[in-house]
Ligand binder design. Sequence first.
Ligand SMILES: [Zn+2]
Length: 282
Amino acid sequence: MTSNACGEFPEFEKFAFLELAWKQEDECEAETDDLIPNMGVRAPACLEQVGTVLSLLDRMATCWWVCRRGDHLVEYLCGRVVSNARATLRMLRFGFYDEALLLCRAMGETSNLLQLFATDKESLRSWKSASRSERIREFGPAKVRIRLEKQTGPSVNKERYRLLSERAAHVTPDTKPQSHNALGMPTAVPIIQEAGLLVCLNELALALSTATAFGALVLELDDELRKRITSEARALIENIGGATITEIDEYHRRVMESSRAQEHRKYVAEMLRRIHDDRRNS
Ligand SMILES: [Zn+2]
């Protein structure tokens, strides 16, 4: 271990750095697990219902109730959403909110595709038989949204997809990693940021609930089972809070403009700085 030019922070390399990184992530995870039960009513209820819907989707993906035989392609799509959702939960507990949102974007793409298959049966047959170029042209994320807009509208619409893309998928000159706070301050180590945590949880809940509900329709599960799955997916949607990717920037803007928030902003800035320094020194 050596020190940097300022002699202020120790420098870690090889496995020492990896062990430091994993320790920081484990600490963020433990703090997140302690925090969520105390984040009001809706967030803990939302997380609990994520567990129920994820369990249902996991069973849909693995022929728990019935095996339809055949190519299992729809089951595989359900399985992809299950693993995306489980990884999202890991990322949000480790403080990797940008990466969690990237997975929510992927889940949203699959959810929209399942919605299209649920509302247009011929589209599933076309998707299966399409060549690679036909599939890109006819079933790319934008094309699927446009097709759904002619029906009831996509569950993950253009604005939400754009915000998730700008926030998590594509880098721009405005990119600030892990800046999920009112100050827009980027952070270099995994630390809890309540806004980021809530946005990730709510975006996960939206994509997971819609993918599960539409997946149950495409799988043509029996009526009683499908009703139960739809009911649980609806209960998850009802527990989605106000902090979402489409609302969070406006919320932060209001916080920054409020004179009463001056003290709070100073507190947040100091807290972020202190946690950041503590983590780097640990
Ligand atoms: Zn099967």
